[in-house]
Design a protein around this ligand. Structure first.
Ligand SMILES: Cc1cc2nc3c(=O)[nH]c(=O)nc-3n(C[C@H](O)[C@H](O)[C@H](O)COP(=O)(O)O)c2cc1C
Length: 155
């Protein structure tokens, strides 16, 4: 018999990054965030996807209710971003993301998906829809997986 599942939730938030202007330093800072986040999320059985669009961050965090709450409390207190705002915090029936931590930025390979989602004006106005962030994160994940030849899981 399948074990009863604990309650799953996701949080979708966005924030304004306070990272270095220098591209190399900024890349190193994003790398630092990812390394720690991946370890912590693995430990807490969190799955997540971080979208970096211009100077904004938008992240989906999934997992057991208490784990998501604890993770988000840490993220909210991080000085590397500010104006952290929740778009959506709700129960979900299943996870959509497979990695403990993944991030994507606008680069040549992802440009078309970012352009289609057109998130930047919504972030600048402070009114991004949770579904727009979620949709872009899912599309970026599917694109990255399909580049690795793993598209059969995402039909
Ligand atoms: C945009 C952004 C996303 C982050 N995502 C995560 C995450 O998914 N999981 C996580 O544990 N920490 C994440 N962090 C890092 C946390 O804010 C924090 O630095 C880290 O969890 C270590 O917490 P501690 O210093 O209180 O131990 C993120 C930070 C930023 C700026």
């Amino acid at each position: 018999m399948r074990a009863k599942r604990t309650s799953l939730v996701h949080i979708i938030y966005f924030s304004r990054l306070s990272l270095a202007a220098d591209p190399a330093q900024r890349t190193a800072q994003i790398g630092d965030i990812g390394r720690v986040a991946q370890k912590k999320n693995e430990f807490s059985v969190i799955t997540s996807f971080l979208v970096i669009e211009g100077s904004f961050a938008a992240q989906v965090i999934e997992g057991e209710r208490m784990s998501v709450q604890e993770t988000f409390a840490r993220i909210g207190a991080d000085q590397r971003h500010r104006d952290v705002q929740i778009c959506e915090w709700r129960e979900i029936t299943k996870r959509e993301f497979v990695h403990s931590f993944k991030s994507a930025q606008r680069v040549t390979g992802t440009e078309a998906l970012f352009a289609k989602a057109n998130l930047l004006p919504m972030l600048q106005r402070g009114t991004p829809k949770a579904s727009a962030i979620h949709g872009l994160a899912v599309a970026l994940q599917a694109d990255a997986m399909s580049r690795q030849g793993i598209d059969h899981l995402f039909v």
